[in-house]
Write a protein that binds this ligand. Structure first.
Ligand code: BMA
Length: 821
C-alpha cells in the first residue's frame, strides 16, 4: 500500500508472465500458459525457477530452449494508485527489448532499445484503486529478421554457432545472439526496478558530476537532468563533503539541464588512485529536487589519455594525477548470460579477484551492455580503470535515420548515467567494426558504401554525441585504432594506438610469436583453455567425460577451438591420455601463452603502456579465453597474472637462443631488491647461481642479465624478493623433464583454511594443486619448484560450510611430468 505523499511507487516484485504465442515444444508451454516471474528479472530464469525448462547451461540444453524467445510473451502485475493531482512518470531501464507498454489495457508506448532509459508519462492512463501494468514482448529475433527484409541493401554481421540472425539490427546486448564463447539466449524481461515517480512541478531524472582542478581547488561541474511540467522557479539541494547548499534555479518546460559548479580546496580531500598506486577514497554527493534525492560517490583524480607522438608513433597512455599508468588488465564480457543471475556479490567478488591479481584496468567490451551500477561501484571502490566501449561489435550497422536516432538517445542516456564514474578512463566507439569491413562478401565488394555508413554512425552520431555529452574524456574511435581522428586500419599496427593481437590463437602461431610485435598498447590477445574439472562437473554428464564428447563440444563455441588446443598439446607437451590431464594441460598452456606475451610487453614499458588480456570472465561454463571460470574459480592463468602483473617482479623471456632477465618496478617509489638467478638442468644439477642487490627506479625496467642458451634440457629460476618465475630453455617436450615426485609434506588446519606444504626431489614445472570436485581457492598456484625447496599454499573453500576434512580428501597435485614422463 502506498503511503500518503510518497514520491515513488516501486513496481519490483512478483509479476505474471503469460505465453501469447509459441512454437510447438516438449515443455508443455502453450498459448495461455502462465508463470510467476520476479521483476527485475528475465523470463528464462523465471521458467527455470518453476522447473518448466531445464538449465540451459547444462549439457546441450541450450538448443532445446531456443524456441522461448521466438514466442510472444506478456509480463504484467497490478498495483494500487490514488490520484492526488500529481503527474506520474514510469521509469524503465534495461528493458529487453521489443515491447509495448499497456496500462489498464490501453496501449501507451512501444520500445525497441535495451540501452535507452525511458520516462513515460502515464498519468492519464491511471485510475484510483487497482491498476494493471502489462508489457507485450515481441521476439527480438523475429523483429531483426523482419527489419533485414526492409533494408535497402544487406547489413552483414558475424554469426556464431546456432546464433540468432541479424543481431545488429536490434539495439540489444549483442552477445545474447551467441558468441564464440557464449550461448544464444535471446533473453527478454525488465532488468531494473520499474518505478513510478510522482511529481507536481518537475521530474528529477538524474544528475552527473565531473571534475576540473587548478592549483588551489577542485571544481565539480554538476548537471541536473530535469523535465519541467511548467515554467517557474525551484530549488535544488546539494550536499558535498557533508555541507548542504540550496541553489535556486529557473524551471523550464520540458526536458532541460540545469548546470552549476561547486568547488572545494585541494587539501580538503584525498586523491583517488588506481589499484596498486594508492587508495580509493570516495566522497558522497547528494542532489535533491522536490523530495527526490539521488546520490553519487566520486573520487578526486585528474585523468588524461595521451595520444602524442612518442618514439616515432602515437602512444596510448593513461595518466592519473599526472602519473602515467601502465594498464594491467583484462577484457570484460557480461557477468552472466541470464540477467537474474547477476548479483551484487558476484560483481564485487570478481572485481576483487582482479585486484588480488594486481590488475588495475578493465575493458568493457562492445558486444555486451552498459553495465549495472554494481559493476561501476566495484571498479570505483577497488581502483579498476575502465576502458569503455560503446555497444557495437564485430559487425556492420545501419546508417538509416531510425537507427541513428535510436543510438543517439541511447548514448545520451548512458553517458549522462555513467560520466560521473571516477574509474571510466575513455569512451571507445566500438569493437573491431572497422576491421569487420574486411570480413564479409558484401563489404569487401562494396567497401566504400559500408565505410560511408560506418562513418555516419561512428563519427556522425557516436563521436558527436559522446563529445557533446562528456567534455572530460577522449573519444577513441574504435578498438583497435591509432587514436582520435585516425581511421587507418590499425589491426596489426604495433607503432600506434591500441592493437588486437590474435596471431597466436586464431592463426596458430607459436607462443614466441608474441615477441614479434612491440605494441604501444595491446587491448586484446588471448588463449583458450578447457574449464577445470570442477567447472566441467557443473555442466557435463559423468558419462561424457572426454574432451570431444557432445556436451564438451557444445561448450566450445569457437569452431577451431579444440583443434588449436589439442594441436598445441602435441607441439609443446604430449597428447594426454586422461580426460582430467587434458583439462589441466590446456589451462597450463593458456597461462604459458599469456605469460609469454605480457612478460615481454611489460618489459617494453614505457614504449608499451598497457596490456588487456582477452578475457576475464565467462557468461556460462565453457571452454574459453577467460582467466576466471563461470564458477568463480581461478584458472592457472589468473594465478599467473597475479605474478606477472606484480608491481615488482622478474621478467623472463627468450628470443632465439638468448635469455633475457629483467626486473620491473611500476610502483611510485624506488625499491631495493634481492634477486637470485639459478640456472639448472632439468635433472636438478645446478649449473650456476648468481645473486644481485639492485635498486629499481620507480616506473622502470632494468636489465639484470642476458645469456645464450647452451642446452635445451635446462632452465632458469629467478626470485626477486617474494616473486618467483621460471623459464625452460627448450619446449617442455624437448627439455627432458624428469618425474618430479611432487608431494604433500604436511597439511595443517588454520582457522577456515588448510595450509599445505609441498616439496619435490626433482625440479617441478607447471605445478597445480586442485580439488577437482569442490570449489576452492588457493593462495598460489601454477608454480615451479626447485628440488628440496618448500612451497606453502593456503587452501580455502569457496562454498560456504564445506568441511576442511572434505577438502583434504579431495586434494590432487599435478605437474607437467605427469604428461611427459
Ligand atoms: C576478439 C573479441 C571477441 C571475441 C574474441 C575471441 O576480437 O572482440 O569478438 O570473442 O576476439 O575470438
Amino acid at each position: 500500500m502506498r503511503k500518503k505523499n510518497m514520491n515513488k511507487i516501486n513496481l519490483s516484485g512478483s509479476w505474471r508472465a503469460t505465453c501469447l504465442d509459441i512454437e510447438k515444444n516438449d515443455f508443455k508451454i502453450n498459448k495461455g500458459s502462465e508463470y510467476p516471474i520476479n521483476i527485475p528479472g528475465d523470463l528464462h530464469s523465471a521458467l527455470i525457477k518453476e522447473s518448466i525448462i531445464p538449465d540451459p547451461y547444462y549439457a546441450k540444453n541450450e538448443l532445446d530452449i531456443l524456441f522461448i524467445s521466438r514466442g510472444e510473451w506478456s509480463i504484467e502485475r497490478e498495483f494500487n494508485y490514488k490520484n492526488d493531482g500529481r503527474k506520474a512518470f514510469l521509469k524503465l531501464e534495461k528493458l529487453d527489448t521489443i515491447c509495448t507498454l499497456y496500462i489498464n489495457n490501453v496501449s501507451v508506448e512501444s520500445f525497441d532499445n535495451e540501452h535507452q532509459i525511458y520516462y513515460v508519462d502515464i498519468t492519464k492512463h491511471l485510475k484510483n484503486g487497482i491498476n494493471k501494468i502489462l508489457f507485450i514482448f515481441h521476439s527480438s529475433e523475429k523483429e531483426a529478421i523482419e527489419r533485414s527484409k526492409n533494408l535497402p541493401y544487406p547489413i552483414p554481421c558475424s554469426l556464431y554457432p546456432n546464433g540468432s540472425p541479424n543481431r545488429n539490427l536490434v539495439r540489444k546486448t549483442q552477445c545474447n545472439a551467441g558468441w564464440d564463447w557464449g550461448p544464444c539466449i535471446m533473453t527478454l524481461g525488465l532488468y531494473e526496478p520499474p518505478v513510478i515517480f510522482l511529481t507536481q512541478e518537475v521530474l528529477f531524472k538524474d544528475f552527473s558530476v565531473t571534475l576540473r582542478k587548478d592549483e588551489k581547488e577542485w571544481f565539480l561541474d554538476y548537471e541536473v537532468y530535469l523535465f519541467g511540467l511548467k515554467k517557474g522557479k525551484g530549488e535544488i539541494n546539494v550536499t558535498l563533503l557533508g555541507e548542504e547548499k540550496t541553489i535556486k534555479y529557473k524551471r523550464e518546460k520540458g526536458d532541460f539541464t540545469y548546470s552549476f559548479t561547486l568547488s572545494v580546496p585541494l587539501e580538503s580531500v584525498k586523491l583517488w588512485w588506481p589499484n596498486g598506486m594508492g587508495k580509493q577514497p570516495l566522497y558522497e554527493t547528494k542532489v535533491k529536487v522536490e523530495n527526490i534525492e539521488k546520490k553519487r560517490k566520486i573520487g578526486f583524480r585528474t585523468l588524461k589519455v595521451k595520444n602524442e607522438i612518442t618514439y616515432g608513433g602515437k602512444e596510448l597512455t593513461v595518466s592519473i594525477n599526472g602519473v602515467d599508468v601502465f594498464l594491467k588488465g583484462s577484457n570484460w564480457i557480461p557477468l552472466d548470460a541470464l540477467v537474474s543471475r547477476m548479483t551484487k556479490e558476484r560483481y564485487s567478488n570478481i572485481i576483487k579477484d582482479m585486484t588480488a591479481a594486481n590488475m588495475n584496468a578493465i575493458r568493457v567490451w562492445g558486444g555486451g551492455w552498459y553495465e549495472k551500477e554494481e559493476f561501476y561501484d566495484a571498479c570505483d571502490k577497488y581502483g579498476i580503470l575502465i576502458w569503455h566501449d560503446l555497444m557495437f561489435a564485430c559487425s556492420t550497422y545501419p546508417a538509416l535515420s531510425w537507427f541513428l536516432n535510436s543510438v543517439e538517445k541511447e548514448l545520451r542516456d548512458q553517458i549522462r548515467r555513467l560520466k560521473s564514474r571516477t574509474s571510466i578512463a575513455l569512451w571507445c566507439g566500438n569493437n573491431e567494426d572497422l576491421g569487420a569491413l574486411g570480413w564479409y562478401e558484401e563489404t569487401i565488394k562494396n567497401k566504400e558504401r559500408y565505410l560511408k555508413d560506418y562513418e555516419k554512425l561512428n563519427n556522425g552520431t557516436v563521436e558527436r554525441v559522446v563529445k557533446e555529452e562528456d567534455k572530460t574524456r577522449i573519444f577513441w574511435p574504435s578498438s583497435p585504432c591509432a587514436g582520435p581522428g585516425d581511421y587507418s586500419d590499425n589491426w596489426h599496427n604495433d607503432k600506434n594506438g591500441d592493437m588486437h593481437f590474435w596471431s597466436v590463437w586464431h592463426e596458430g602461431k607459436d607462443f614466441d610469436f608474441y615477441h614479434s610485435v612491440k605494441p604501444r598498447f595491446c587491448s586484446e590477445f588471448g588463449y583458450q583453455s578447457f574449464p577445470s574439472p570442477y567447472t566441467v562437473s557443473t555442466f557435463c554428464p559423468k558419462d561424457e567425460y572426454s574432451l570431444l564428447s557432445p556436451s564438451m563440444l557444445h561448450h566450445q563455441k569457437n569452431d577451431r577451438g579444440n583443434e588449436i588446443i589439442i594441436t598445441e598439446f602435441e607441439r609443446l607437451f604430449k597428447e594426454p591420455k586422461k580426460f582430467e590431464d587434458g583439462l589441466y594441460l590446456s589451462q597450463v598452456q593458456q597461462a604459458l601463452a599469456i605469460e609469454t606475451a605480457v612478460t615481454y610487453w611489460r618489459s617494453l614499458m614505457p614504449y608499451c603502456m598497457g596490456t588487456l588480456i582477452w578475457q576475464l570472465n565467462d557468461v556460462w561454463p565453457v571452454s574459453s579465453w577467460s582467466s576466471i571460470e563461470y564458477s568463480g574459480r581461478w584458472k592457472p592463468l589468473h594465478y599467473a597474472i597475479k605474478h606477472f602483473y606484480a608491481p615488482l617482479c622478474p621478467l623472463l623471456y627468450k628470443i632465439d637462443d638468448k635469455v633475457y632477465i629483467k626486473a620491473i618496478n611500476d610502483t611510485l617509489s624506488n625499491k631495493k631488491v634481492s634477486i637470485t638467478v639459478t640456472i639448472s638442468d632439468t635433472s636438478g644439477n645446478i649449473i650456476a647461481r648468481r645473486e644481485y642487490r639492485e635498486e629499481l627506479l620507480s616506473k622502470s625496467v632494468k636489465e639484470i642479465e642476458t645469456f645464450t642458451i647452451e642446452r635445451k634440457d635446462a632452465f632458469v629460476f629467478v626470485s626477486l624478493d617474494k616473486e618467483e618465475r621460471f623459464l625452460l630453455f627448450g619446449k617442455p617436450n624437448e627439455s627432458k623433464i624428469k618425474k618430479s615426485g611432487l608431494s604433500i609434506k604436511s597439511i595443517e588446519e588454520d582457522k577456515d583454511s588448510l595450509v599445505v606444504t609441498l616439496s619435490s626431489p626433482a625440479p617441478t614445472f607447471f605445478a597445480l594443486i586442485d580439488t577437482p570436485h569442490l570449489n576452492t581457492h588457493f593462495s598460489d598456484n601454477y608454480f615451479g619448484l626447485l628440488p628440496g625447496e618448500e612451497k606453502k599454499i593456503r587452501v580455502k573453500s569457496k562454498e560456504k560450510g564445506l568441511p576442511l576434512e572434505k577438502i583434504k580428501e579431495d586434494l590432487v597435485l599435478w605437474d607437467s611430468s605427469k604428461i611427459l614422463c
